[in-house]
Design a protein around this ligand. Structure first.
Ligand code: HEM
Length: 228
């Protein structure tokens, strides 16, 4: 009996240690957030075919048709980066960031905050605040053109010392996934209706209805695709 209890304790401890490990933390924090962002971005593009067309033109001009979009190409795709920023503004995968605790008394926005208070930052509300953004509910990647210094208004990865350590990696993952999907396939909605953009519930904010779309390999990319 004692031996069995010891064995069970060992198994539980193993599970705890495994989940505590940095690798696992990064895997969980990184996969769902990035996958959610890609799904929202593609949904927005399907509802705005003119923006999708512009992104495709940029990729065709800067990446070409002889290789799949790769990491060094991303710096040549500013419009795609604007699409990612605008997606993360409208649909931040972690809309309340992570809870933080004030380490000392402070004042935020005129409110006195005592040391030890749990603080939630509503990035979703900041991203849609009409005092901060023009026409905040519209999908306009162009709003970021020449506005690199306004990064503090956009905080899908949080800000400061506790911000997301995977932000750079996430931008590359989301960028490469979108770039190759747009480069290689023609995308269309499954019918006349716009893609439903309602938000569901979850640790990250998913679409209420998973995206369904039609895609067809682009003629110009057949050679590259057939070599994969
Ligand atoms: C679009 C993708 C992602 C979004 C929107 C996102 C967003 C966030 C946010 C909002 C936080 C909390 C920051 C705060 O409260 O100030 C966070 C924390 C974190 N993220 Fe990300 N993240 C993404 C991708 C990733 C990736 C790819 C990784 C790892 C490879 C990662 C690893 C982490 C970790 C480990 C933390 C916890 C940091 C801590 O303990 O202080 N994230 N992320």
């Amino acid at each position: 009996m004692l031996r069995t209890k010891k064995k069970i304790d060992e198994i539980f401890q193993g599970v705890i240690d495994e989940n505590r490990s940095e690798d696992k933390k990064f895997l969980i924090a990184g996969t769902e957030t990035s996958a959610t962002a890609i799904e929202w971005a593609l949904s927005l593009l399907l509802n705005h075919p003119d923006i999708l067309k512009k992104a495709r033109a940029e990729i065709d001009a800067m990446v070409g048709k002889d290789h799949l979009a790769d990491e060094p190409d991303l710096s040549k795709l500013p419009y795609l980066q604007n699409i990612i920023n605008e997606t993360l503004r409208l649909f931040p995968p972690a809309p309340l960031l992570l809870p933080l605790e004030s380490s000392k008394d402070c004042t935020i926005g005129g409110f006195h905050i005592e040391r030890g208070t749990m603080l939630l930052v509503n990035a979703w509300a900041i991203h849609r605040d009409p005092n901060v953004w023009d026409d905040p509910t519209s999908f306009k990647p162009e709003r970021f053109e020449g506005r690199e210094n306004e990064a503090y208004k956009l905080l899908p990865f949080g800000i400061g010392r506790r911000s997301c350590p995977g932000a750079g990696f996430a931008n590359r993952v989301v960028g490469l996934a979108l770039a190759t999907l747009i480069q290689c396939f023609e995308w269309e909605r499954i019918g006349e209706e716009f893609v439903d953009m309602s938000e569901g519930q979850g640790i990250t904010v998913p679409k209420a209805k998973p995206l369904q779309a039609m895609c067809r390999a682009r003629e110009r990319m057949i050679n590259v695709l057939s070599e994969l």
